[in-house]
Ligand binder design. Structure first.
Ligand code: G3P
Ligand code: MG
Length: 251
């Protein structure tokens, strides 16, 4: 069994303003295996890295991403709401993050936030951004709660890994995932402790789980060889993984 990989959720969301370049830089510096981020589309068709449909919670502005232009979004402060230490941090575009990460060995999990607002052709735009950046496609994982979006992306780029996101304890979800064209499961943390996850792993279907912030849960999931955990506290997860490794090798 391979070791559990550690993905920084929205960057290092617990210690830095989520989905900002400084949060991603910090995660890279820590030595995580991957980064998860969320993508929406602006009024003028740019791929915006942000979690919510609006800028209200994570910037000093207001409004829906789909009603704002990139220039308007770039004027916003995405750091101060978290701490004055991060004042002036901007909302990044997907291309900026691809540029930041392309010379690393990290995986990048791009979550397409098309489950509330259907953004026209967001899948084509994401693929174009990946190709334009020359990012190694083997290090990309596309996921969404909108499985139509996952299926569409898979058709556009059959060689890029795709995952279905879900919150429930499903029966044989890997069989369903195959009909979508997905090759891995991204599950809500409680599901990772159930038969759904155990059976998927037995069927050689990678299972990555979000959002694991409790240290005991991190340890338990690593002990059951879950494929990856996504956490807001990647530093803690890295420490726990190396402690477990030491215990295993008796060093
Ligand atoms: O992609 C995993 C996780 O990020 C899904 O939930 O709401 O944090 O984007 P959310
Ligand atoms: Mg997400």
């Amino acid at each position: 069994m391979e070791e559990t990989l550690i993905y920084a959720h929205r960057g290092s969301k617990g210690t830095h303003p989520e989905n900002t370049l400084i949060a991603f830089e910090h995660a890279i510096h820590l030595g995580v295996d991957g980064i998860e981020l969320d993508v929406h589309l602006s009024k003028d068709g740019h791929l915006i890295v942000i979690h919510d449909e609006t800028v209200d919670r994570t910037t000093n502005g207001t409004g829906y991403i789909r009603d704002l232009t990139l220039t308007e979004i770039k004027r916003l402060d995405a750091g101060s709401w978290f701490s004055t230490e991060y004042e002036g941090e901007q909302v990044p575009t997907l291309s900026e993050v691809l540029e930041l990460m392309k010379n690393t060995t990290l995986y990048l999990n791009i979550e397409i936030k098309a489950d509330i607002i259907p953004y026209e052709n967001i899948e084509e735009k994401i693929l174009q951004a990946i190709r334009d950046s020359d990012f190694d496609e083997k290090r990309i994982i596309i996921s969404s709660f909108n499985h139509y979006s996952v299926a569409k992306f898979k058709k556009l780029a059959p060689n890029i890994e795709t995952a279905i996101l879900f919150m429930e304890i499903l029966l044989d979800p890997w069989e369903y995932a195959k009909t979508v064209g997905a090759t891995s499961l991204h599950v809500y943390e409680p599901v990772a402790f159930t038969e759904t996850a155990h059976e998927a792993l037995k069927n050689n279907f990678p299972v990555r789980t979000f959002t694991v912030n409790n240290k005991n849960h991190m340890r338990a999931l690593m002990e059951q060889n879950i494929s990856a955990i996504m956490t807001d506290y990647p530093k803690e997860a890295l420490t726990i993984r190396s402690e477990l490794k030491k215990k295993e090798t008796g060093t």
